[in-house]
Design a protein around this ligand. Structure first.
Ligand SMILES: NC(=O)c1ccc[n+]([C@@H]2O[C@H](COP(=O)([O-])OP(=O)(O)OC[C@H]3O[C@@H](n4cnc5c(N)ncnc54)[C@H](O)[C@@H]3O)[C@@H](O)[C@H]2O)c1
Length: 325
């Protein structure tokens, strides 16, 4: 199989590279290295089945030929992370909307129909109040427009493009709403909580919880994520669908800080920082973000293999051994 991965030097993208290369597939990656790292795929640089192009997917001249070549496309490239979303809201809209629009237009024009998975996000559920978000729930964008919501707006627009190209043009597209995904190579630089906690615990610095820490999240190990994505791509019934992808075990951020401290046997203190201080502006956080996974289980039959404690242990061990792979 020939697999094109946009954003393949990033966190989830590079694990998809590993997954497909390990299966003997041919993999092509396009990434502008804005948040991704070439080190994440460097172990394949001499492999003839692997090809990397450093380019912005919005303008990359080879996108037509790459799309025509591919049997499957994972569209992972996007401007991500709370810090970047707040710092450059226009870039979020430009990159995230235009890249997806261009990719699907070119796929349609190519005349062949590669299987396409588009990365969306649980952010589209906004401040919804349901205990576990379902794909049939309303998408919520705050009425008082705030640049923080541009990311969710861009992801809703990606889903809308995906649905429309699937329905009107017959392209085999599935949009996946990732809930918090964690694992090796995830960077803490752009606002992701777990890598930051691990770094702080291992270096015996205070573990900094933003807000009161009572907000909760559900974390899915990226090794589970990529296997589940492959199953979704292989499942014809997921074409034209939007599917939650994650793990539904919920934990508060306070408990996450305690768990990291315990697993790392760390002397770090746990401190709380107001959102304004953490993000430099008033910030609306979301209290709970847990997926309803009925559709995910029905379509994939997947059973998660990694519990959060195991993921944290793995990340602590890697940090101590200074390994990123
Ligand atoms: N990690 C999560 O928990 C999570 C949650 C929800 C949604 N997502 C979505 O999943 C996808 C992957 O996220 P990730 O966590 O791996 O982030 P990431 O930042 O590690 O990966 C994104 C990659 O896209 C690349 N990129 C950005 N703009 C580009 C452009 N214009 N052209 C080419 N490459 C470009 C970056 O350099 C990076 O390698 C993103 O679309 C993100 O919105 C992730």
């Amino acid at each position: 199989m020939k697999v094109l991965i946009t954003g393949g030097c990033g966190f989830i993208g590079s694990h998809l590279v590993d997954y497909h290369m390990n299966k003997g597939h041919s993999v092509r990656v396009v990434d502008d290295l804005s948040t991704g790292r070439i080190e994440n795929v460097a172990h394949f640089k001499d492999n003839p089945k692997f090809r990397f192009d450093e380019a912005d997917i919005v303008t990359w001249p080879d996108l037509e030929s790459a799309v025509s070549w591919a049997d499957r496309i994972y569209h992972m490239a996007a401007v991500v992370g709370v810090y970047r979303v707040i710092a450059d809201p226009i870039q979020v809209l430009n990159t995230n909307i235009l890249s997806c629009e261009r990719l699907l237009r070119i796929a349609d024009q190519s005349g062949h129909k590669p299987r396409i998975l588009i990365a969306s996000s649980s952010e589209v559920y906004g401040q919804g109040l349901t205990a576990a978000f379902s794909e049939t729930d309303d998408v919520l964008i705050e009425p008082a427009a705030h640049s923080r919501w541009n990311y969710a707006i861009s992801k809703v627009s990606n889903e809308a493009f995906g649905l429309s190209y699937a329905q009107n043009k017959g392209l085999p597209i599935t949009s996946v709403r990732f809930f918090n995904t964690v694992g090796s190579r995830q960077s803490g630089r752009y606002g992701m909580v777990l890598p930051r906690f691990i770094e702080q615990a291992v270096s015996a610095k205070p573990i900094t919880v933003y807000g009161d820490g009572q907000q909760s999240r559900s974390f899915c190990d990226v090794r589970d994520t990529v296997e589940a994505l492959d199953r979704l791509a292989n499942q014809a019934a997921s074409v034209g669908e939007i599917v939650n992808v994650g793990n539904d075990t919920e934990i508060s951020i306070n408990s996450l800080a305690e768990l990291v401290k315990e697993i790392a046997h760390s002397d770090s203190s746990i401190t709380h920082i107001p959102y304004e201080e953490a993000y430099g502006e008033v910030f609306v956080d979301i209290q709970r973000r847990k997926p309803n996974l009925e559709k995910f289980y029905r379509l994939t039959g997947y059973q998660h293999r990694w519990a959060l404690k195991e993921t944290i242990q793995d990340l602590v061990d890697r940090k101590r051994a200074n390994k990123t792979k």
